[in-house]
Design a protein. Structure first.
Length: 92
């Protein structure tokens, strides 16, 4: 299955990288030394978050918020993060 969620990337004030958070995935955050690193780490964090939810008996994944509906502060940007999860062997 493929999941796509928006992540908000915020440059750290001290210039040491970026913080990412997912408005739709509660408490799902990531960090990176640069934007590319933060995007990679955000994809891994989203993967872990979704896998954890899917393990629940009565799981419910949130709907995707449209990127244009996410309020941003100065310097912030939205990137859509795609996560692919195999639920069964040889099943996409």
């Amino acid at each position: 299955m493929t999941f796509v969620y928006p992540a908000v990337f915020t440059p750290k004030e001290d210039g040491s990288g970026y913080e990412a958070n997912f408005p739709d995935l509660e408490c799902c955050t990531a960090f990176g030394a640069d934007l590319e690193d933060a995007i990679d780490n955000a994809a891994e964090a989203a993967y872990q978050w979704i896998c954890s939810e899917l393990e629940e008996e009565d799981y419910s994944l949130p709907s995707q918020t449209a990127a244009e509906h996410i309020p941003l502060k100065d310097g912030e940007m939205v990137r859509m993060i795609m996560v692919r999860i195999k639920l069964l062997p040889d099943n996409d």
